[in-house]
Ligand binder design. Structure first.
Ligand SMILES: C[S@@+](CC[C@H](N)C(=O)[O-])C[C@H]1O[C@@H](n2cnc3c(N)ncnc32)[C@H](O)[C@@H]1O
Length: 274
């Protein structure tokens, strides 16, 4: 159905009014200016081509790119879980300033709703912490996607154990996580991780084998794995810095990470028989 010019202008205004984490192709040629552009990497992930008949969960969904992707692949039902209230996220040290603590509250929910309206895909949004996932309220899922979240959690194994309770015994988890590339190259067989500097939104980034070790510790048997994959940034972030970086961390970011993308790895796992 052809959309009116007014409808497209209205959508463009709504898109412009918020900050986007994910990049979506919306009607009228509108593309959301996401922090990341997973359109360029989603085909490299082992998400089944058809999810027909499957109950799917996108755990820590943000704007819902992967939830909508699972709906697009024919899932019978998709549930997208995220925290609407940004102050409920785990911080190394919660900012004392209330405005900083609550920055981003409601943003992802709004983005998620705009996309749902535009794409006409049915995904249920649930405002819940991963720590509180409970089969009594959510039931169990056949296929679970969980991306880029373990690094933000102070207790990743607690979240993984809760996730296992909402996954069917023969269900599958696709864990797609940020990994530390240097530690993956230097220590390919030894689980290791980077503990983040005092950036309050992140805790640790494992190497690739460390990612699998965390899944194992959290009650999952890893069946397959892959990576590194580079998660490209979207247009939200500049490609070149305004000023020449003066410290090594910024230099590495602008010369490598910003250009190539964030390092990630994936693993397919099933709940361990315990
Ligand atoms: C880095 S984004 C990842 C988004 C998406 N999964 C992806 O891979 O592109 C992390 C998301 O996790 C959410 N989050 C943080 N702590 C959470 C928790 N304890 N329970 C549920 N969601 C959480 C944040 O609100 C944010 O939307």
């Amino acid at each position: 159905m052809k959309r009116s010019r007014e409808a497209n202008d209205d959508l463009a205004r709504r898109v412009e009014a918020i900050t986007w984490y994910h990049t979506f192709d919306l009607p009228g040629g509108i593309v959301t200016p996401g922090l990341f552009d997973h359109r360029k990497v989603v085909h490299k992930l082992p998400i089944p081509a058809s999810l027909e008949g499957k109950r799917c969960l996108d755990a820590a969904s943000s704007d819902g790119f992967f939830a909508y992707e699972m709906a697009r692949r024919g899932a019978a039902e998709v549930v997208s879980v995220d925290l609407a209230d940004a102050s409920r996220q785990d911080y190394q040290r919660p900012p004392k300033d209330h405005a900083k603590l609550t920055l981003g509250t409601g943003r992802a929910t709004e983005a998620f709703e705009i996309v749902g309206e535009c794409l006409g895909l049915d995904v249920q949004r649930v405002d819940l912490s991963l720590y509180d996932l409970d089969p009594a309220t959510l039931g169990q899922f056949d296929f679970v996607f969980m991306g880029n979240i373990l690094l933000h959690l102070s207790d990743p194994s607690r979240a993984l154990r809760a996730l296992a309770t909402v996954t069917k015994p023969d269900g599958r988890l696709l864990s797609f996580e940020a990994v530390n590339l240097t530690l993956s190259v230097l220590r390919p067989k030894t689980p290791a991780g980077q503990f983040w500097h005092e950036d309050s939104g992140q805790w640790w980034t494992p190497n690739m084998v460390g990612h699998r070790r965390i899944l194992h510790a959290g009650g999952w048997d890893v069946l397959d794995h892959g990576g590194p994959l580079f998660q490209p940034f979207g247009t939200h972030k500049r490609r070149v810095p305004r000023k020449v970086p003066t410290n090594g961390r910024d230099l590495l970011y602008w010369v490598w990470t910003r250009q190539v993308g964030g390092s990630t790895a994936w693993a397919i796992a099933r709940p361990a028989d315990v």
